[in-house]
Design a protein around this ligand. Structure first.
Ligand code: CDP
Ligand code: MG
Length: 765
């Protein structure tokens, strides 16, 4: 029989280069539907919604390409009603007043910078305006980046509600290990890291017509990397678009008629399906909350800055007369002072970290009964902590309204500074400090240190008090101190290890990392040190070119060091255990519930999982014990008894599933199970990537870093604290009163010599 002609759909897609990311076209089942009119769009989304709601409770299934089910009419009606209910308040947001000007600005320019105060509606509204526009083409596909995972997921939820949709339909999100998008998704919130990862498969981000870089003022490492890449991508896309236009013009007539004649066949729902998108130019929208827009504009070749007048209410700033060395005590007094003398309204207190938050929380609790007795008319205080490691259910309490006759006091780290809006805040107490990552090139030590914030951070913090009405900000430091602060915070790229960034640059095709468009160039020593580290990890050859090992590392959603551990695990015959372990490490801080109130009980409960070789094998023991139980209720009860977060454990299992799939797809090696003792292979594999995180025990009982000889102590949170090990390997160093190693395992010095890459083993003596 003669070969059957290809269906028009298939022919179209075969002629196109850009299906790397999406599902392959050609079969009805996997067809990518792009719909143009509103009604069809809603319907496509609604069908996709059915898909995602059917899967609720098992997020992260990677729904792209799955065939969605229909939403029930009641569900659709309810979603529409909810959207209508939210509309009036949205229309009052400052960016709505500038809607036309913003859209016109984006239409007329390749890149625009949008500036507006926090809470103006940038993040939730502007991407929606674009979805409903035809900039730069019909039915544009938009991705909006967020530095934080929790922001990406919660914003996607919020915006899909505002649009009368269910999450994962028209509006979705992609974060590491979790993807809620479908064929109908046109607006996606993604972490900046997730978008970077997509670039490895879609170099010019052809899956999108508009990239919105949000929270640009935060200058996160990955946002900065995206900014550098986007400049080149935009240029390449423009060239491609022009070439395509020219080809179109010359092929006019016959080609055009043929294309029309072969319009895609009706999809199963009777609507036309467009298989392939024509090339488009890429629009870039940079959104920032500070007034420091000049640098973004300059970076993007003098892109216009659109300033949206905010609706920020007046915030009265009060300074302390003297510096407050004991700022926790000062904060305590200020909180009670506010409660005593000021009108109702929640108090948001900015503190450096969890320890300070817990300490202040317990002081407040201690004084509370007294206060309630002396000031019965004032009502009570409800203390809600808010920091990244807090389990999500606990975090939610900070956002919930306080009970009647109660003032909410939110004790937060700088996560409350720009990324989340807490309703009802009228008072801000700012200690002027934040925990920040610092990196010392040369030693390669990345540490978390408490430092003074910048003036722009202090202003952001104060602004949180004026979201709903006039507010007050109490700075626990004198005005002269404020004046002496740095104007803006140092971008992350200048204060963290660059191994991830440089590996990614090289994997994405940037051959000379010194030539990359950095908005703020990291210093040369940091770049050189990172290149050396990558060379040590076998990711780069002697000429600084990426190796096949390096490419494999870059394609794993892991820090380069742990990616290397995973590759090493194949040689050691323990890839399963290492996939388990790195999945656990990804959520370690939220997995083991660790609050001041339950610390002793938790410690006692976890004794049975303690492993003599340390914290990594302890984590594996915990996972094993959990997995021995089959019933959901049993597992939940076990988690409660052992102070393990059930929700986080589910996230770990999900991350593991995705990582396993990724590893299988990459074909990295055999999934051999280690025979007999799994401990040594696991530790060997860890040394294979973490060899630079090792220290040797000295005669005086201290540990010194293998190369730099710096003294390193085992953190009190480690099960090896106060134990003797001939050598240790650790996940990270934190610098507080001492340089502490956290996440520690006991190893043999010979293990470092035999399992670390040769370059390192030679330099160590
Ligand atoms: O990005 P920007 O800070 O300019 O504002 P936004 O995040 O778009 O938020 C605009 C408004 O939407 C906020 O002031 C909140 O009132 C509301 N919103 C909300 O209620 N729930 C969310 N999850 C996000 C925003
Ligand atoms: Mg925002």
């Amino acid at each position: 029989a003669p070969p059957r002609p290809l269906s028009p759909a298939k022919r179209l897609s075969e002629a196109s280069p850009s299906h790397k990311n999406g599902p392959p076209a050609g079969s009805d089942k996997k067809r990518k539907v792009v719909v143009f009119d509103q009604e069809a769009e809603d319907e496509a989304a609604a069908r996709a919604n059915g898909d995602s709601s059917a899967q609720q409770g098992q997020q992260g299934q990677g729904q792209q390409g799955k065939r969605p089910n229909k939403l029930t009419p009641e569900q659709r009606k309810k979603a529409k009603e909810e959207a209508l209910r939210l509309l009036p308040a949205r229309k009052l947001l400052p960016v709505w007043a500038g809607k036309d000007a913003i859209l016109e600005g984006i239409e007329k320019n390749d890149t625009v910078i949008v500036l507006a105060d926090t809470g103006s509606g940038k993040t939730t509204q502007i991407p929606q305006f674009l979805v409903r526009s035809n900039i730069p083409c019909e039915a544009p596909r938009i991705v909006c980046t967020q530095p934080r995972r929790v922001a990406a997921t919660s914003l996607a939820q919020r915006v899909s509600t505002e649009m009368g949709q269910h999450l994962g339909g028209l509006v979705g999100y992609t974060v590491r290990f979790d993807d809620r998008t479908s064929r109908g998704t046109r607006l996606k919130y993604a972490t900046d890291g997730a978008l970077l990862a997509e670039m490895l498969g879609d170099r010019d981000l052809e899956a999108y017509d508009v990239v919105v870089l949000d929270e640009a003022h935060e200058r996160s490492l990955r946002t900065d990397m995206l900014m550098g890449f986007l400049k080149d991508i935009q240029r390449r896309r423009k060239d491609k678009y022009r070439a395509w236009k020219a080809a179109q013009a010359s092929a006019k007539g016959k080609g055009r008629a043929q294309e029309n004649g072969e319009a895609a066949p009706p999809a199963s729902n009777g609507r036309p399906a467009v298989e392939e998108r024509d090339p488009t130019e890429l629009k870039i929208v940079v959104m920032s909350a500070t007034i420091d827009a000049k640098r973004f504009s300059e970076f993007f070749d003098d892109a216009p800055v659109l300033y949206v007048q905010g609706r920020q209410h007046k915030v009265t700033v009060l300074y302390s007369a003297e510096p407050q060395p004991d700022y926790l005590d000062a904060a305590l007094k200020t909180i009670f002072q506010i409660h005593k003398t000021y009108p109702p309204g929640a108090v948001l207190v900015f503190l450096p970290g969890q320890d300070e938050i817990e300490s202040l929380a317990s002081s407040i609790q201690a004084y509370l009964p007294d206060m309630e007795k002396t000031l019965p008319s004032k009502g009570s205080l409800l203390v809600t902590p808010l920091y990244a490691k807090l389990p999500p259910a606990e975090q939610a309490k900070a956002f919930a309204p306080a009970p009647p006759n109660t003032r909410k006091v939110i004790l937060a780290t700088n996560i409350a500074e720009t990324s989340v809006t807490i309703p009802g805040v009228k008072f801000v107490v700012d200690c002027g400090l934040a925990k920040e990552k610092r990196y010392h090139a040369g030693t390669g030590i990345e540490s978390l240190v408490t430092e003074s914030i910048s003036q722009s951070s202090a202003k952001q913090r104060a602004g949180r008090a004026g979201r709903e009405s006039d507010g007050f900000c109490f700075r626990l430091y004198p005005e002269q101190v404020f004046n002496s602060l740095d104007k803006r915070s140092q971008p992350e790229i200048q204060r963290v290890s660059l191994t991830f960034a440089l590996l990614h640059l090289l994997a994405a095709g940037q051959t000379d990392v010194f030539e990359f468009h950095f908005m703020d160039r990291p210093d040369k020593d940091s770049i050189l040190f990172a290149l050396l580290t990558l060379h040590g990890l076998d990711a780069l050859d002697k000429q600084g070119r990426i190796t096949s090992v390096g490419r494999q590392m870059a394609s794993l959603p892991l820090d380069p060091v742990y990616a290397r551990v995973l590759l090493a695990s194949f040689a050691e015959g323990c890839p399963r255990e290492i996939v388990d372990l790195v999945s656990l490490l990804g959520s370690k801080d939220q997995l083991l519930i660790n609050t001041a109130a339950t610390r002793d009980l938790a410690h006692a409960a976890r004794q049975k999982f303690v492993h003599r070789r340390g914290d990594h094998l302890l984590l594996l023991n915990i996972l094993r014990a959990f997995e021995e139980l089959d019933e959901r209720d049993e597992r939940k009860a076990w988690c409660r008894d052992n102070f393990v977060s059930y929700k986080t454990m589910l996230a770990v299992l999900d991350a593991r599933k995705q990582l396993r799939e990724r590893v299988e797809r990459l074909g990295l090696g055999e999934w051999s199970q280690s025979v007999g003792d799994e401990d040594e292979p696991v530790l060997n594999a860890l040394v294979g990537g973490l060899f630079a995180n090792t220290a040797l025990r000295q005669e005086d009982g201290t540990y010194r870093h293998t190369l730099t000889k710096q003294v390193v102590a085992i953190h009190p949170s480690s099960t090896l604290h106060n134990k003797k090990a001939p050598a240790i390997l650790y996940d990270e160093l934190v610098l507080t009163t001492k340089t502490y190693a956290r996440g520690v395992s006991s190893i043999e010095p010979t293990q470092i010599r035999s399992k670390a890459p040769s370059m390192f083993a030679k330099t160590m003596r």
